[in-house]
Design a protein around this ligand. Sequence first.
Ligand SMILES: [Zn+2]
Length: 486
Amino acid sequence: MGNILGSLQPAALWNHFEEICKIPHPSKHEEKIREYIVNWAKKTNLETKVDEVGNVIIRKPATKGMENRKGIILQGHIDMVPQKNSDVAHDFEKDPITPWIDGEWVKAKGTTLGADNGMGAAAIMAVLEAKDLVHGQIEALFTVDEETGMTGAFGLKPGLFTGEILMNLDTEEEGDLCVGCAGGTNANMKFKYTEEATPAGMEAFKVNVTGLKGGHSGVDISLERANSNKILNRVLWFAHKNFGLRLSSIEGGTLRNAIPRESFAVVIIPKDKVAAFKKYVQEFQAVVINEYKGVETDLKISLEIVAAPAKVIDQKTTFSLLNAIYATPNGVIRDSQDMKGLVETSTNLAIVKSEKGEIIVQCLLRSSVDSAKEDLEKMIESVYNLAGAESIFDGQYPGWKPNMDSAILKEMIAAYEKQFGVKPHISAIHAGLECGLLGGVYKNWDMISFGPTICFPHSPDEKVNIASVKKFWDFLVETLKNAPKK
Ligand SMILES: [Zn+2]
């Protein structure tokens, strides 16, 4: 056993965490940590199996007198995000993480610590090994690759568990009980266009929409920031209708899960309409700045004079594209009725790009309610049907709708209050979690997620609060003891 963290309580959890730190385990390289856990479980005489995608499942029977309790699945992921400061030499596939104690925190030396989700894995191992805890049947699920594709959760097969309550130990704020997340769908629309020679008597411009804040298309969508693809389209639509604009190329946004910050188009305008076009763009910029006052501070719409392109996109496709983008729903669609302040359904018009006879439009749809997400898919498909474009929906993963009547939630709220004298905070997130996928396979599971306080996960500043680990553990132990009856 390691001894850097040897003075910390609970000793078993910290010991396991220190051992995990010694074994390299970046996402998609979980072989060594998996082997370590499997060998450890065999030595501990626990029933163990590895599934087809590399998840580890371990079973521990109920303690005496607790056989009538609902079985609990304790779940955490065994991969970590490999991030380091540029002045640190560290090979995440070979070198151990070196934890150290800095006052109230445990940190690593210039790298991510892997408390996300090594803390969860260590806690599960401590429960599996303990001889002094009281609990019903425990099934442990150690998933792989949570951070880069959730392939472990995606690949989990039905029929492997008999428990009915899933406790995911991957929430990063002690005192927070997470009870919901969003599912997702990628929407991919495609227009085919023909090129036409640029007509004579036109002037060419590049229209730039820049300076937007952007952000994560899930957790930041409620901030109502501007979407550069939508803003650019307003300019193009108006100028197409009123000034005879022709579109040569368009490009906006780079990532599906990022709110687009910059969009560009190369257009041509009849010479006699150029003055009116310039005036309109200037006035429209003021209009948009006013609309997003207090939200976007550096939004800019600018025109650049460029050399005339040789070709432009055909009229019919330009008309269909600009109208379809205008009609595409974007941003928050509905707030959750289960939980105040939570976005239930949203969509991000992430990418618009013309290339070699095709224009691609991509959106990322999210919802904690699967049927609401499907409704939104059809809404978008309808727009593109009318526009004569093709729509393909893929990458679907289910959401986790908050269940405020959940038995384990009620149990845990009461236990937390009794133990610490305050109510826990109940939360949900408008982004994907493994729970969404797991609950999609095991539809009967009552699920909840909690954990110790971890700051700056996924960065070399990652740190875990020592006192919160003790509270998290005590709460977990108490919750197992009070698990609902079958
Ligand atoms: Zn995590």
